[in-house]
Design a protein around this ligand. Structure first.
Ligand code: ZN
Length: 292
C-alpha cells in the first residue's frame, strides 16, 4: 500500500471514545503487547472501556512443563492486561499451536456471545488474511473474530441469546495487526505517549515475549566481567531498558518513516460507513418527482 494512503492516528484530547467498548483478541500472552499494546492503552486513555480475550492456553511457551507453562502464562496475562488498563480478561484455553484443529464455529459462537454481552464497538486482532502467517493460532483467531464481528449483529444467528436478554450488536471498527513483516497496513497509530505502558506490558511477558531478557543479558555480561550502565542496578530496570533498546526496533523505525517517535501499524476497517450504497436521502432529493 502506498504511503500516501496511510492515515496517521494521533492522540486525541479529552475522552472522545467515552461510552465505547474495545475488545483486543489475541492468541498468546505477548501478541497484544507487541502488536497493539500502545494503541490499546491510547484508546483506553481516550475513553474506551477495554477487554482482552486470549484464545489459547500458551502451554508450549515457558521454561516448565505444559501445566506449569499454562499457569505462568495465565498469571502473567492478568498482570499484562492490568498495565494496559483492561477492565477484564477472558481466557478460552484452546491448546496452543493446535487451533486449526478446533471447531471454528464454536470459537465464533463464544466470540459472538462476548461481543453481544460486552456491547463491543471496536476490535483489535490479527489480520485474518495476512500472508506469511506461520502460527495457526493467529489466523484461526483472526478469522473467527472477523466472522463474529459481523454475525453478532444478525438477529437470526443464535436467537437464544435474544431470549437470554442479549441483543444483536455488530462490531463496527476493526484494527488488524501487522503480525508478520510485509503484511499490509493503511493506518499508523502514534504511540509515543503510551510507549511506557507498552514496555510495562512486555515486561510482564516472562514466559514468552522477552520480558526477562534484560536480566539474563545483564547476568551474562557480568559473567564476562562486563556491565552496561543503561541496564541499571536491578533486574526490572534491566528488563525495561532491554525492551526499549532491542525489542521494539520495528515500532521505532516505522514511527520515524512517518515523522513520529514510535508507531504501530494496522489495517483499519470502518463498517460504520456502508459499502457501495449511495446516500439514499440525497438521491431522493435529487431525483424524486411528485406522484401523478
Ligand atoms: Zn502469538
Amino acid at each position: 500500500m502506498a504511503e500516501e494512503q496511510v492515515v496517521i492516528e494521533r492522540d486525541l484530547p479529552g475522552k472522545p471514545h467515552q461510552g465505547k467498548v474495545l475488545a483486543a483478541v489475541h492468541a498468546h500472552l505477548d501478541d497484544i503487547p507487541y502488536y497493539c499494546g500502545g494503541t490499546f492503552a491510547k484508546l483506553i486513555r481516550e475513553g474506551y472501556t477495554g477487554y482482552i480475550i486470549r484464545t489459547t492456553n500458551d502451554e508450549k511457551c515457558g521454561g516448565g512443563t505444559p501445566a506449569e507453562n499454562i499457569r505462568s502464562n495465565e498469571k502473567e496475562h492478568l498482570r499484562m492486561a492490568r498495565t494496559l488498563g483492561a477492565s477484564e480478561v477472558f481466557d478460552f484455553y484452546y491448546r496452543n499451536h493446535r487451533m486449526n484443529n478446533i471447531s471454528s464455529q464454536e470459537l465464533r459462537a463464544r466470540l459472538v456471545f462476548l461481543f453481544r454481552l460486552l456491547r463491543v464497538d471496536t476490535v483489535l486482532t490479527f489480520n485474518p488474511w495476512g500472508h506469511g502467517e506461520e502460527n495457526p493460532d493467529h489466523w484461526a483467531t483472526g478469522r473467527a473474530v472477523e466472522e463474529a464481528c459481523w454475525m453478532s449483529g444478525m438477529s437470526n444467528d443464535y436467537p437464544e441469546h435474544t431470549e437470554a436478554g442479549l441483543a444483536p450488536h455488530a462490531v463496527q471498527e476493526r484494527y488488524y495487526f501487522v503480525g508478520r513483516r510485509g503484511q499490509p497496513f493503511n493506518r499508523v497509530v502514534d504511540i509515543s505517549s503510551t510507549l511506557e505502558q507498552k514496555i510495562d506490558s512486555l515486561a510482564e511477558c516472562k514466559s514468552q515475549g522477552g520480558g526477562n531478557e534484560g536480566a539474563r543479558f545483564k547476568a551474562s555480561l557480568a559473567a564476562e566481567g562486563k556491565r552496561l550502565p543503561i541496564l541499571g542496578e536491578d533486574e526490572e530496570t534491566a528488563n525495561r531498558a532491554y525492551i526499549r533498546l532491542f525489542l521494539l526496533e520495528e515500532y521505532r523505525s516505522l514511527g520515524q518513516n512517518f515523522g513520529l517517535a514510535w508507531a504501530e501499524p494496522f489495517t483499519y476497517l470502518d463498517h460504520r460507513i456502508p459499502d457501495g450504497h449511495p446516500d439514499r436521502s440525497r438521491y431522493i432529493q435529487e431525483h424524486a418527482v411528485p406522484l401523478r
